[in-house]
Design a protein around this ligand. Structure first.
Ligand code: HEC
Ligand code: HEC
Length: 458
């Protein structure tokens, strides 16, 4: 049957009007969401981020982000490993028969987040290797330069190459990415291009703190404030001599201006009862810098330490209190570095229980302050971003906030700050889900972060 109601031409247009309005609305929204083009430096960092988290270099499926997890402070802990599915590329040695031998030790990886490294070359895979923890890649602009050249990796030799971040990335691909342990470039993986190395370097340098602290800080907590005094006292804690301003560089007043990031043999290898050794798995002694090694390791920064345990190059100490207490023991005091202190100051390091806890409290508080700084920066950044990018920034801000909560709670510190941090976390999570309230919720989250900071420092 032919419909008896004829449509006039105009009414068709009228019927389409709501659709047109919708299309216009969507267009307007899309315009709001688009950003101005990135400047060249920002574009290079964005390219580096993409490579860091997604590029497998035609290898076994791993990326840099497989071990340097954004959710885990760009490092790796046993607790985080436990959350990963069995098919995560971290575990290639468990699933790829070509990598079953001499590539990783799955037991030590899962229990202690230890990674197999062939710092001294690939000639004798069965015997010549080290088991090392994954250092974070934060605050690198403050922790690589030294008078003797760049220092990367736990032993500072950049394994292999000149120790620069660029050389380190190439070394990481050869070490961790191959399809087989033959490690033939072009077959087992491809090498990064110059452009990729530049982008990776720019991205890594952009991560975390860009400046040194200026100690002392006006800390509110009496215990952390005392810990700071002990840390800075060259006749008591003596920490500041090597970890100047709680960073990775030698005190210029002692080691000369521009000494930068130094290597020491602090005797960590001599610790008794190291967790990895207790398993009975093969853990050859780590000879540190150079080939053959001279037993020295590179000084890490401490601002980021408290929430990035386990500690030291071999993940031998689980808690920050234990890492501070290490300096009172025989392993340190009879080491070449300990003997250096005896020579220079008449004694080694000898802190009592209360003092160990105070220094650790100080390290916990400066770590929480860094978490808060990073969280605020991410929250601020999210306000200028498209929805997808903003959600990612908010997600990372939540991780930073959780780290601050945990690192304070672990030392029984500043419970009032934790209340503000918990509220900040709730608001950031809600902002990530919200379409219309994102700006307001993010602003409130920043205010809560600032209130938490005011509890820690004047
Ligand atoms: C399988 C795990 C794993 C993967 C994948 C991995 N790394 Fe690492 N990374 C480590 C370990 C372990 C160390 C410590 C090595 C050492 O002491 O020589 C390290 C150290 C580093 C350091 C030194 C940090 C410092 O403070 O000195 C940088 C930089 C780094 N990695 C960058 C990268 C880049 C870039 C990639 C990707 C191309 C990558 N890593 C892939 C495990 C990994
Ligand atoms: C002689 C130089 C020197 C002195 C003094 C010194 N350190 Fe260290 N520190 C190092 C070096 C080198 C390492 C890396 C050792 C390793 O991994 O084998 C290190 C590592 C650490 C770590 C582990 C960080 C991580 O991310 O794993 C902590 C924590 C630490 N030191 C705290 C302190 C404290 C607290 C003091 C003072 C009580 C102190 N240090 C004094 C040189 C020094």
């Amino acid at each position: 049957m032919v419909p008896n109601v004829r449509q006039r031409p105009g009414s068709r247009l009228l019927a389409a009007a709501p659709l047109l309005v919708l299309a216009l609305l969507l267009l307007a929204l899309a315009a709001c969401e688009s950003r101005p083009p990135l400047d060249p430096a920002a574009a290079q960092i964005a390219e580096g981020r993409e490579i860091f988290f997604n590029e497998t270099f035609a290898g076994n499926g791993r990326t840099c982000g497989t071990c340097h997890r954004a959710e885990d402070n760009f490092g790796l802990t046993p607790a985080f490993i436990a959350t990963l599915p069995p098919d995560d590329p971290l575990f290639v040695a468990e699933s790829n028969p070509n990598l079953a031998q001499n590539f990783e030790n799955p037991r030590l990886m899962r229990a202690f987040a230890l990674i197999l490294e062939n710092q001294d070359g690939f000639d004798d895979l069965a015997n010549n290797f080290n088991m090392r923890g994954v250092p974070h890649t934060l605050a690198l602009p403050t922790s690589v330069a030294s008078a003797a050249g760049p220092r990367t990796g736990w032993s500072g030799d950049g394994a292999p190459g000149d120790g620069s971040l660029r050389a380190f990335a190439t070394g990481a691909v050869i070490q961790h990415f191959p399809l087989t342990t033959n490690r033939i470039p072009g077959v087992d993986f491809r090498l990064p291009s110059d452009e990729e190395l530049d982008a990776l370097e720019a991205f890594q340098l952009s991560l975390g703190r860009q400046e040194e602290l200026a100690l002392p800080l006006a800390l509110e907590g009496v215990v952390a404030a005392r810990g700071q005094e002990i840390f800075l006292d060259n006749t008591l804690g003596k920490c500041n001599a090597c970890h100047f301003n709680a960073g990775a560089n030698g005190d210029p007043n002692i080691f000369g201006p521009g000494a930068g990031n130094l290597n020491f043999d602090t005797g960590v290898e001599a610790l008794p009862d190291q967790p990895a050794d207790l398993t009975g798995e093969p853990v050859p002694p780590d000879d540190g810098f150079g080939t053959p090694g001279d037993g020295t390791f590179n000084t890490p920064t401490l601002v980021e330490a408290a929430d990035t345990g386990p500690f030291f190059h071999n993940n031998s100490v689980e808690t920050i209190e234990g890492a501070v207490a290490f300096y009172n023991g025989d392993a340190f005091n009879s080491s070449p570095a300990g003997q250096l202190l005896v020579g220079a100051t008449g004694s080694g390091i000898n802190l009592d229980g209360t003092q160990v806890v105070a220094v650790a409290a100080f390290l916990r508080v400066i770590n929480a302050l860094e978490n808060i700084r990073a969280a605020i920066a991410l929250l601020e950044q999210s306000r200028d971003e498209k929805r997808g990018a903003a959600r990612e920034s908010l997600r990372l801000a939540v991780f930073e906030t959780e780290d601050a909560i945990q690192v304070l709670a672990g030392g029984g510190l500043h419970p009032a700050a934790a209340i503000h941090l918990e509220e900040a976390r709730r608001l950031a999570r809600k902002a990530a889900r919200s379409f219309f309230q994102r700006g307001r919720l993010t602003r409130q989250a920043i205010e809560e972060q600032e209130k938490a900071r005011d509890e820690l420092v004047e």
